[in-house]
Write a protein that binds this ligand. Structure first.
Ligand code: HEM
Length: 316
């Protein structure tokens, strides 16, 4: 009976993770379609109304993002309540559900700050770049916590990070990935606010000292992404060596392939001036890459068996 409860919870946790990825992609669509001001500077109301009357297209897009992210908040709240019923305090799935709740609340507050400070539409304020970078970083933390919750719920053993240099290597990779994501978010904002008419015009803009900071920063995202990608590939190669379980080797290989695909996707974004489908695919693959990174770290660093009890339940 307990097994059925656990596998239902595990399915729910994976579904909540997938749904949150969907909401994140919708958020990118709001930005790239310039619909961020679709509800005016009102939050949580939309143009001062609970349900917008006779909405235009920008209002519809912004409102649907708000609705779907509201549902995401409820789903994560449900995850936390369910985890509290199912697992004892301190059990990793329950701890990860708590972190997920914390990160999704921060996510909602950052989204609200964007709207209330009017950092939407064609506002090029530098503060907007900072808030967008924090938004993307928090998004990754949220996905990380949801991933760990689903992983533990599915029977993944508790994780114990190593000490010393191996731990530093993991934190460096994690920090670099967050930096790549945040710099990508600023690049995407620069592309949206200052679209280039052609590839050569865009490259000229990048090196024009008079261009907006978001445009001049654009060059750093690929540089960071290539360096970080190489670093991740080296770590994934080490973790996925012979002797590791087949699932770990497969995950390491998939991570390497996704890094390669991101490089190709990013290059296409530059060459084709980032059409919507590439923006969305590139963000989706960034999320997939991050989730694989978290899963691989978890799989390669199990806690010693003596202290391992992955499905420690609340007594019935
Ligand atoms: C490890 C590999 C990479 C990761 C994890 C990554 C991640 C990201 C993220 C999270 C965004 C923000 C998307 C959004 O907010 O809508 C982004 C945007 C972008 N990235 Fe990357 N990226 C990677 C590699 C690259 C490379 C190698 C290039 C170029 C050669 C590149 C070019 C771009 C461009 C042009 C955008 C803006 C697209 C737009 O206008 O929406 N990326 N990236």
């Amino acid at each position: 009976m307990n097994g059925v409860k656990h596998s239902n919870f595990s399915r729910y946790a994976w579904a909540v993770l997938a749904y949150n990825v969907f909401v994140i992609l919708l958020g990118a669509f709001v930005r790239s379609s310039g619909s961020g001001a679709g509800c005016g500077s009102h939050w949580p109301l939309c143009n001062g109304e609970v349900l917008p009357q006779a909405p235009g297209i920008a209002t519809l897009i912004e409102f649907s993002h708000r609705l779907t992210s509201g549902v995401a908040l409820l789903l994560v709240g449900g995850l936390l309540l369910w985890a509290r019923r199912l697992y004892a305090a301190g059990q990793p799935a329950r701890v990860a559900a708590m972190w997920s709740m914390g990160f999704i609340v921060v996510e909602a507050l950052v989204g609200a700050a964007l709207v209330l400070l009017q950092l939407t539409g064609d506002n090029p304020a530098l503060l907007r770049g900072g808030v967008i970078a924090v938004h993307l970083a928090n998004t990754l933390l949220l996905l990380g916590a949801l991933t760990l919750c689903a992983w533990h719920a599915a029977g993944g053993v508790p994780v114990q990070l190593p000490k010393g240099a191996p731990a530093a290597a993991i934190w460096l990779g994690t920090g670099l990935l967050v930096l790549v994501g945040s710099s990508g978010a600023i690049t995407a904002l620069g592309d949206t606010l200052f679209p280039a008419a052609s590839l050569s015009a865009g490259l000229q803009q990048d090196f024009d000292p008079g261009a907006h900071l978001f445009v001049r920063l654009r060059i750093w995202h690929p540089v960071l992404a290539i360096g970080t990608g190489l670093y991740i590939i080296v770590l994934a190669r080490i973790w996925g060596l012979e002797g590791q379980p087949a699932a770990v080797r497969r995950a390491a290989l998939t991570l390497i392939v996704v890094v390669g695909l991101q490089w190709v996707g990013g290059t296409l974004a530059v060459l084709l001036l980032a059409p919507l489908w590439i923006q969305i695919t590139h963000l989706l693959m960034a999320d997939v890459l991050w989730i694989l990174w978290v899963l691989l770290i978890a799989a390669v660093h199990p806690a010693p068996v003596a202290v391992t009890s992955s499905r420690q339940s609340v007594p019935a």
